[in-house]
Design a protein around this ligand. Structure first.
Ligand code: SF4
Length: 231
């Protein structure tokens, strides 16, 4: 399904549905931060990234102002991405341990990353209505990623956004599911939902989320998918 996923990405990149977020992303891209003054910011909505044959879908929150909004790729060029890609690499889901730019050669192996909101929000907080507006893109990717058997949600908002999307499909979740770090839930059809705290600095710098803890969740994902083969 690579071509149809590319169509979703194209639509995401040109989306203007949330005026507040579009204004914010453009303003950040104009002003920049000192350390990236010499760089041209992406400044547009950020599409999903990964393997069209993914068996693992990682659902994030939204791009970071000076991460995805700068580089144009989710979890790329910021501390959250440093943590996430290093872990995905250790688990065999990413070719490289870092993700710094769209042309860095990074490749996800059996894994696809999609946030519930595709524009960087002020204070890293999209409004509920913005997540609802953005849901169509996650739904379209979900329909195309037919090999997915594990979904890893990063934080409660990502979980709520993913489940809200799922409730609008012909495969809704079996019941109301509670978020807890390390919890896992069956979604039916052989798909299992895994929960983790978000990989943001508020969690990783404070020790609330450690590489060891995140690795253990990815190990459970791999066991569910069946051994070491991510494809
Ligand atoms: S958050 Fe989503 S729906 Fe809103 S403008 Fe960005 S891409 Fe469009």
């Amino acid at each position: 399904m690579p071509d149809r996923l590319a169509l979703v990405s194209r639509d995401v990149v040109h989306c203007e549905r949330c005026p507040r977020l579009r204004r914010w992303c453009r303003a950040v891209a104009r002003t920049k931060v000192k350390r990236f003054q010499d760089q041209e910011y992406w400044g547009r909505p950020v599409p999903g990234f990964g393997d069209p044959r993914a068996r693992l879908l990682v659902v994030g929150l939204a791009p970071a102002a000076h991460g995805g909004n700068r580089t144009g790729r989710v979890f790329t060029g910021d501390r959250s991405g440093d943590f996430l890609f290093a872990a995905l690499h250790r688990a065999g889901f990413a070719r490289l341990p870092v993700s710094v730019a769209r042309d860095d050669g990074q490749e996800l192996i059996g894994c696809y990353i999609a946030p519930v909101a595709r524009c960087a929000p002020p204070a890293n907080r999209p409004k509920p209505a913005e997540i609802v507006r953005c849901r169509e893109y996650l739904a379209r990717e979900w329909a195309l990623l037919t090999a997915v058997r594990a979904v890893l949600v990063l934080g409660r908002i990502a979980m709520d956004g993913f489940l809200a999307m799922l409730r609008e499909t012909d495969r809704p979740p079996p019941r109301r599911l509670a978020f807890a770090h390390g919890a896992a839930h069956d979604l039916g059809g052989g798909v299992r939902l895994f929960c983790s705290y978000h990989v943001s600095q508020q969690n990783t710098f404070t020790g609330r989320l450690t590489p060891r803890s995140f690795d253990s969740i990815l190990a459970k994902v791999k066991r569910h998918l069946g051994g070491d083969g991510n494809r």
